[in-house]
Design a protein around this ligand. Structure first.
Ligand code: HAM
Length: 426
């Protein structure tokens, strides 16, 4: 029996990696223009970091983590997100002494034991950005603007993706709202689904997020957090929105936008799409003032977001992929026999080591010409260079233009120069 990949885990095949590279390059270039620096983090951490960081009562911590004891008996968890690890590193390495906000980004695989479906996997990849140590609402607006700019550079703009923003209040105003909401939900529990009923005591704000039609009437009439905000939270949100307006960034206020992680206060936001079926968030984030302190660090505020790379890839059409040409070799060098192979080895080396290298492939000399030409056609190369015993005796090679099918003889010593000239790199 053959062994297959684990459920919810995907291979990213060569045709697709071109798109991944484009997304990653665009992210790096965008983030770097805004002054972000890359940090690379481990794939696993002590379980306690996520329990404390993400929140004990979240679905992620309760149901979705890959947690196991290592051989030394320590409880280890494969990271379900990057924020907690990044803050751990920020604290551990004293990065708070850097000029603030400290702007960091990272990218890589995350792991959540979710029910796999299109756009939802058990191993997936995020681009994660965090701005630490500054609570000014201009930082919120800049972080959101950068997210939107990154999507714009990938030609993903409204109406394909929409920006939703909300505020969740803070430790001053949210507890009172939470209490009111709990009362309200308990009074209407009979009209809610089983999952919502079970969540009321645990995480009442999360109940607002339920997508089931049967729950909508009760949830739509629930008390709104906006009516309970304290003045500083109200002011913060108004300023974030004013800066977004000044930047010309269209956004909708989504009062029911509550996120799946417990660390958020004040600003939260998501980029949503209707192109991915049940998965409508391509990116999400928010402010998490207080979290760094809870993890044992300084009283630094923070805000950030993460983008699901698989979801962006699903949205990028074939047309927006770079032309296939880029991934094709320019030439196939075909030695017919051992002596010819030795003559062509330095030619291939020269072309690959050139200041503006050419992508070339070299046969090994033991295949017959018709098979090599078939291979050249399959690879889609522009030129073939053929060297058999006769050519070798004359110190020449046959250079064939695969498109026009024209063939000419070129001195072996000039083959590399000819190919470079044809590629415009002479
Ligand atoms: P999150 O909303 O849990 O936030 O995830 C961010 C994005 O990761 C989602 O919008 C989605 O695109 C992608 N994603 C999440 N789960 C999956 C999955 N199972 N399969 C494929 N894609 C997925 C966070 O993780 C926070 N750490 C974001 C953040 C950073 N907040 C502040 N800083």
């Amino acid at each position: 029996m053959t062994i297959q990949a684990v459920r919810g885990v995907r291979d990213i095949l060569p045709g697709e990696t071109v798109k991944w590279q484009r997304v990653e390059d665009t992210a790096r270039r965008t983030f770097e223009t805004y002054g972000y620096e890359e940090i690379r983090l481990p794939l696993f951490e002590r379980t306690e970091l996520f329990a404390r960081g993400i929140g004990e009562v979240t679905d992620i911590v309760q149901k979705e983590m890959y947690t196991f004891p290592d051989r030394g008996g320590e409880s280890i968890t494969l990271r379900p997100e990057a924020t907690a690890s990044l803050l751990r590193a920020y604290i551990e390495h004293g990065l708070h002494v850097l000029p603030k906000p400290v702007r960091l980004y990272t990218l890589g695989a995350m792991f959540r034991y979710e029910r796999p479906q299109a756009g939802r996997y058990r191993q997936f990849h995020q681009l994660d950005v965090e701005a630490l140590g500054d609570e000014h609402p201009a930082v919120d607006a800049e972080v959101i603007a950068m997210l939107v700019e990154f999507f714009r550079r990938l030609d993903l703009t409204a109406p394909r993706v929409l920006l939703e923003v909300n505020t969740l209040g803070d430790a001053v105003c949210r507890p009172r709202y939470r209490e009111e909401l709990t009362h309200y939900l308990e009074a209407h529990a009979a009209a809610l689904c089983a999952e919502c009923r079970e969540r009321i005591a645990r995480n009442p704000l999360r109940v607002l997020d339920c997508k089931k039609p049967e729950c909508r009437p009760v949830l739509d009439a629930a008390p709104a957090l906006a009516d309970y905000l304290c003045d500083p939270c109200r002011e913060h949100f108004a300023r974030v929105r004013a800066y977004l307006d000044a930047l010309g960034i269209a956004h909708a206020v989504a009062p029911r936008l509550v996120r799946g992680l417990d660390y958020y206060v004040r600003t939260t936001f998501e980029l949503t799409t209707s192109e991915l079926g049940a998965q409508n968030a391509v990116a999400g984030g928010g402010r998490y003032d207080g979290l760094i302190e809870r993890l044992g660090g300084p009283r630094d505020p923070g805000i950030g977001f993460a983008v699901g790379i698989e979801r962006i890839i699903l949205m990028l059409s074939e047309a927006s992929a770079p032309p296939q040409e880029m991934s094709r070799p320019f030439a196939l060098l075909i030695p017919l026999g051992e002596a010819a192979l030795r003559a062509l080895l330095p030619v291939a080396r020269h072309l690959r080591a050139h200041a503006r290298p050419l992508r070339v492939e070299l046969g090994h000399g033991e295949r017959r010409l018709p098979r090599e030409l078939e291979r050249a056609a399959k690879l889609g190369v522009g030129y073939t260079v053929i060297v058999g015993d006769e050519e070798l005796a004359r110190g020449e090679a046959k250079l064939r233009d695969m498109k026009s099918r024209q063939e000419r003889s070129v001195p072996l010593l000039e083959v590399a120069g000819e190919l470079l000239a044809l590629a415009g790199r002479g």
